[in-house]
Design a protein around this ligand. Structure first.
Ligand SMILES: C[S@@+](CC[C@H](N)C(=O)[O-])C[C@H]1O[C@@H](n2cnc3c(N)ncnc32)[C@H](O)[C@@H]1O
Length: 400
């Protein structure tokens, strides 16, 4: 049937109405007239697949990735970058208004840089000795020889990884690249007996969580600071946007010789170290033991003396914090803040709370609780993950 697409949902799918029922159509843009086939019929919604484009949108571009329709990694690959950025700003505005009733005028226009070849980390899957990505929502492999989201060093390694999977029984390969050092870390899962094809091209090799090289971590850099990153530790995937994001955080930290900062979910210590020279003291909390070890080494590496790290879950350690903190920075995983952490942040009562979020849905949910005690100053979205529907935000809150 022929339909006209009305708007996009938060995953970038086109939405239209068919006999009063909502229908989601992938790879379809607002105002486009398309012929669709219904591929799923549920009680509350339908899913359609485009069979033919009758009238295309001016915002449609030709995807640079030949696998984009099957792989699903770059789900916004068919939208102009300008439109993608507008979509993401609107997504954050809609979500905060819907789930927290925070005025959407407090959401600023998204900050963005380059639109491709930015990821310094990728996970490849292997099936029948072929390397690629899984099709969206399935375990069917899409064989690839290039990915438009990853940095050049990862694409350059693909031919060697293809040779590696031919001579071993590998299930999964994670590749990470140090963003300035260009050091490469390859983590393999499966039965690996021969990794001679990559040993001269990479710096760290990990086999089933065991590091088999003398080098144990790779070196990355954000601004003037260097960070050692171990295999299991989190590190932001987009270097240039991360630097902008950390600058946004820094702008809002009270900078004087009495200012104390709590950096929750601190990973390898990045944000705390980045702001440390402007404040009296920083305490970081992180659950991943390897990341905490990295954070301690990063403190030494950057000659920082006013920061300490605690290993453990934020929700278990924060109730025992009795000291005064002027600023709390939180950068939780997608699940956002739990009840105990929210209650204790409110109890510690910092003048400023800086919430770094990789999921605006959980950010909005948490703002709905925080707004009784804190006023949202502004929310700055960042296009940390171009070509995908994901969006990162920095939300600045001031005590009421
Ligand atoms: C989005 S990352 C942020 C890391 C760091 N702020 C950065 O910019 O690199 C979230 C971090 O929270 C950690 N984490 C997840 N759940 C946690 C918890 N319950 N308590 C403490 N840390 C946790 C993860 O290991 C990860 O390092």
């Amino acid at each position: 049937m022929k339909v006209v697409i009305d708007r996009l949902d938060h995953y970038g799918r086109g939405i239209c109405n068919i006999d009063g029922k909502i229908c989601f159509v992938k790879n379809a843009l607002p105002k486009e007239e398309v012929e669709i086939e219904i591929i799923k019929e549920k009680k509350k919604y339908l899913e359609g697949k485009v069979v033919q484009y009758i009238k295309s949108s001016k915002n449609r571009i030709k995807e640079i990735c030949p696998y984009s329709h099957v792989c699903g990694g770059c789900n916004l690959g068919h939208i102009s970058f300008l439109e993608e950025n507008e979509f993401k700003t609107k997504k954050v505005k809609d979500l905060v208004e819907k789930f927290s009733n925070v005025n959407s005028s407090l959401v600023r226009n998204i900050s963005f840089l380059e639109d491709g070849f930015y990821r310094n980390k990728v996970v490849f899957h292997v099936s029948d000795k072929k390397l690629g990505f899984y099709e969206e929502n399935s375990n069917d492999l899409v064989e690839i020889d290039q990915c438009c989201l990853v940095v050049g060093e990862i694409n350059a390694l693909i031919p060697d990884l293809e040779k590696l999977v031919k001579v071993n029984d590998i299930e999964e390969i994670t590749v990470r690249v140090g963003n300035v050092s260009k050091e490469v870390m390859v983590s393999l899962k499966g039965e690996v007996t021969d990794y001679s094809t990559i040993i001269d091209k990479v710096d760290v090799v990990v086999i089933n969580d065991r590091i088999v090289t003398s080098k144990k971590s790779i070196l990355s850099q954000i601004g003037e600071y260097k960070f050692l990153v171990s295999p299991d530790a989190f590190f932001q995937v987009n270097r240039n946007v991360t630097e902008k994001l950390y600058d946004e955080v820094l702008k809002n930290v009270r900078k004087d010789h009495s200012s104390c900062v709590l950096d929750l979910y601190c990973g390898t210590g990045t944000i705390g170290i980045y702001i440390s020279k402007y404040v009296k003291y920083v305490v970081g909390i992180e659950v991943n033991k390897m990341a905490v070890e990295d954070a301690k080494r990063n403190k030494e590496l950057n000659h920082i003396h006013n920061i300490d790290f605690m290993a453990g879950k934020v929700e278990e350690l924060i109730p025992s914090i009795k000291s005064r903190f002027d600023t709390i920075i939180v950068d939780p995983p997608r699940s956002g803040l739990d009840k105990v952490t929210l209650e204790n942040i409110i109890k510690i009562n910092p003048g400023t709370l800086i919430y770094v979020s990789c999921d605006p849905v959980t950010l909005a949910r948490d703002l709905n609780i925080l707004k009784e005690f804190y006023a949202v100053k502004y929310i700055q979205p960042f296009n940390m993950f171009p070509r995908t529907y994901h969006v990162e935000c920095v939300c600045v809150l001031n005590r009421k």
